[in-house]
Design a protein. Structure first.
Length: 165
């Protein structure tokens, strides 16, 4: 059985800062990762961790570099999907070795597991407080869902659409 861990809205900000002057989002993410790593012997192997946006609070490169430093401690493979606070261009610049991130357009991706296909749809509308599924994303969904061979949603496909606060 495939095991996935998902967490969302990490809102990482530049190192040494507090979100909204009050919240240490980096410490919260680091504690989450430490807990996951500590629990792995109990829960067994995890196939993937998915971090859904907002990865950062303002989408700056310094925020993504900080996010990546913190995530480097995670002992499971992971993928991300942006939220409305994220910046696709900066994600692409800061995550250069991630083959699952598209070079342009929406950051949609699919990951096939033995028992289902995980299809991540990028609903981000940059610099807007809402999300939408573009025509390109809907084409991606139709092609990948039909070709996954994993059957309808009831057989285990997962959809996560990032929504604004």
């Amino acid at each position: 059985m495939t095991k996935i861990i998902q967490f969302t809205d990490t809102h990482i900000i530049p190192e040494g800062s507090l979100a909204y002057g009050k919240v240490d989002t980096a410490a919260a993410l680091a504690a989450t990762i430490e807990t996951i790593n500590r629990m792995l012997p109990v829960i067994g192997p995890v196939d993937m961790t998915i971090v859904t946006g907002d990865l950062t609070d303002a989408g700056g490169e310094a925020e993504y570099r900080h996010f990546l430093r913190i995530m480097s401690a995670l002992k499971t493979p992971y993928r991300v999907i942006p939220g409305n606070h994220d910046c696709a261009d900066n994600i692409r610049r800061c995550f250069p070795d991630r083959s699952w991130i598209s070079e342009s357009g929406p950051m949609n991706w699919i990951s096939d597991f033995e028992d289902f296909a995980l299809i991540a749809l990028d609903s981000q509308v940059e610099r807007r407080p809402y999300g939408d599924l573009s025509a390109e994303t809907l084409r991606f969904w139709n092609l990948r869902f039909q070709s996954s061979g994993k059957g309808p949603l009831s057989s285990g496909s997962i959809i996560r659409r990032s929504r604004p606060e």
